[in-house]
Design a protein around this ligand. Sequence first.
Ligand code: BGC
Length: 364
Amino acid sequence: MKSLAVFPSSREVRLIDTPEPVVAGPTEVKLRILEAGVCGTDREITSFQYGTPPANCPHLVIGHEALGEVTDVGSGVTGLAPGDLAVPMVRRPCPHDRCAPCRRGRPDFCITGDFTERGIKGAHGYMTEFIVDDQRYMVKVPKELREVAVLLEPLTVAEKAAEQVRALAARLPGELKDDPSSLSAVVLGAGPIGLLGAMKLVNGGFHTWVYSRDSADSPNVKIASAIGARFVSSAEHSPVELAQLVGNISLVYEATGAAKVSFEVLSVLGVNGVFIFTGVPGVLAPIEIDAERIMRNLVLNNQVICGTVNAGRAAFEEGVQDLASFVKRFPAAVSALITARVVLDDARDAVLSRGGIKSVIAVA
Ligand code: BGC
């Protein structure tokens, strides 16, 4: 079968022929990949800044956002049958007994760093024709979501963030905990992660603002407006002006991977505010930030900064519910997130090129 792989030592990205996997254990599930999404992480891996092949393998099959159709199941599989749609999760636990998060099914909080991530770190991914994995890493998706379920994995970034916000809001006497309808949230960035996060916030009742460098007539900003979020251009308005427009910023959902603008917005976070970082910047030269102001505000305003990576099973399951609700509430906006669909033979070009919101490899 065809798979898109990177060869870090020779710095190549190409389609290769790999053996079709088979169901070998009772709880394994085989998926025919229908679609695989392209994201910034894939672009970093194919420009050799990130990504690690499995041990003793010169290449890594990339892709960690996918939707598949079940074609085969082991004798002990429950809840999934041939013909069902499923989305595979990304991270797999480390092998160490001392890692309580991995032993308790939360490798997203792995403490040893020896976790693997399919398509990213130490395990082959989903830009291929078939995969096999244990049922515990497969999330069933209703057939009605066939056209958009490839967006589930990027949505889980917002779902895990929401899980973190709920835990952090528990410290507060009210508001963020009980009723977000009087609160304002700012999304930084209007790429797929930002726009899916904005949908989750709008759906959750927040006054939602999107702050990005996109132009007002870009498709990204049109989607933000279509779902009822308000757009502020970071090219035209400073973070201080953003805060004047928004009022008290209770929540920031960062989805840019850009440290400078993120820390500038952190310096205008509001009272009792929570700032969630999801982006992974390249490690570039140090930048100047207004650390005195940030520290002063953190203390005097009871603020919290929280980083979040990957997502556990609950986030995938909540994502399935949310995706169904987004499709009901703003169907055109959800579909408009997918701006290109290309066949597997053209996957290399799709991963190496930029532009559009979300490119998807239509494998089957
Ligand atoms: C993926 C996550 C992963 C992270 C870091 C993201 O693109 O969505 O699942 O944990 O990259 O490798």
